[in-house]
Design a protein around this ligand. Structure first.
Ligand code: ZN
Length: 297
């Protein structure tokens, strides 16, 4: 069977898997990313993981999902804020030289979008938007059956669309970005500021709401409002058949669904309102499966 290796380069964990053309994971390995040691050290880690999982498989190539921004066509990581010393790194060329296999790269949200589209929640669609809501908000857009890249692969930085003039500073330096309002840390901070529990995270809020806490439920409703405003923008911009939501905060989707849908009914024009908002199906595996898809026919 034709197989490729998918590598998910994260700021904390480096994962690699042998993936078949049917999306099945045949072997996998992972290690803590040497995030402070520079690109050469991390590429050596990749070679070590590939050496552990590749034997016995007819591997045709390697795909790497990396933090961005990155230029997928050029194979260059422009900047990876979670990795020390990763500025203008020709990752595809360096990894090819080290691994002896063809290597393609794309950003981590794009490869997760590819995986959810081909083998996950968005199977069979032609138009889909993938949104990951965790420590930040990222996205990947499938339009007309193709991943949207734009100039320098910079398309779909959806976390940085401004959705309010509330003076809340984003990690990118701008004010009022969707990520600054709706990513996990924003929910955690709003919860902490209530003074009800001491320092709490988005996950804590979710658990408290599930246990019937009224303040936590109100915080989730506010989170749903910010998410819903962003989703309505994505519906108007990209006209997807489905919005697929991954990342840690997506675990709260069932509890927020009614509020999100109410915002979309209010914010989106009628033709866009019936688009399903669906939880991602592949979890952590989306990273390696989508990366492998870069190298599969
Ligand atoms: Zn921003």
């Amino acid at each position: 069977m034709t197989v490729a290796i998918g590598i998910d380069l994260g700021g904390t964990e480096l994962r690699a898997a042998v993936v078949g053309a049917d999306g099945g994971v045949l072997a996998h390995a992972r290690t803590a990313t040497a995030a402070l040691e520079g690109p050469e050290a991390v590429i050596a880690q990749m070679a070590d993981l590939v050496g552990r999982i590749a034997p016995g498989h007819a591997v045709i190539g390697v795909g790497i999902g990396s933090p961005g921004p990155l230029d997928a066509a050029a194979g260059v990581v422009v900047q990876a804020s979670t990795l020390h010393g990763w500025d203008d790194v020709p990752l595809a060329a360096l990894a090819e030289a080290r691994l002896g296999l063809p290597v393609r790269i794309d950003n981590d949200a794009n490869v997760a979008a590819l995986a959810e589209w081909r083998f996950g929640a968005g199977r069979g669609l032609r138009h889909m938007v993938y949104v990951t809501v965790s420590t930040g908000i990222g996205g990947g857009v499938i339009i007309d059956g193709k991943l949207l890249h734009g100039r320098g692969s910079l398309a779909a930085e959806i976390g940085h669309m401004a959705i309010t003039d509330t003076p809340i500073r984003c990690s990118c330096g701008a004010l009022g970005c969707w990520e600054a309002l709706a990513a996990g840390p924003a929910l955690g901070q709003r919860a902490t500021e209530t003074g009800c529990w001491g320092p709490v995270t988005a996950r804590d809020v979710s658990r408290l709401a599930e246990a019937g806490d009224a303040t936590a439920a109100r915080l989730l409703a506010e989170e749903a409002r910010w998410l819903g405003i962003g989703f309505a923008n994505l519906l108007h911009l990209y006209a997807p058949e489905m919005i697929v939501v991954g990342g840690g905060v997506s675990e709260c989707l069932p509890a927020m669904r009614a509020d999100i849908e109410a915002v979309i009914r209010r914010q989106a024009m009628p033709a866009y309102r019936d688009v399903p908002i669906v939880a991602a199906a592949l979890g952590h595996r989306a990273g390696v499966i989508g990366a492998a898809l870069l190298a599969l026919p």
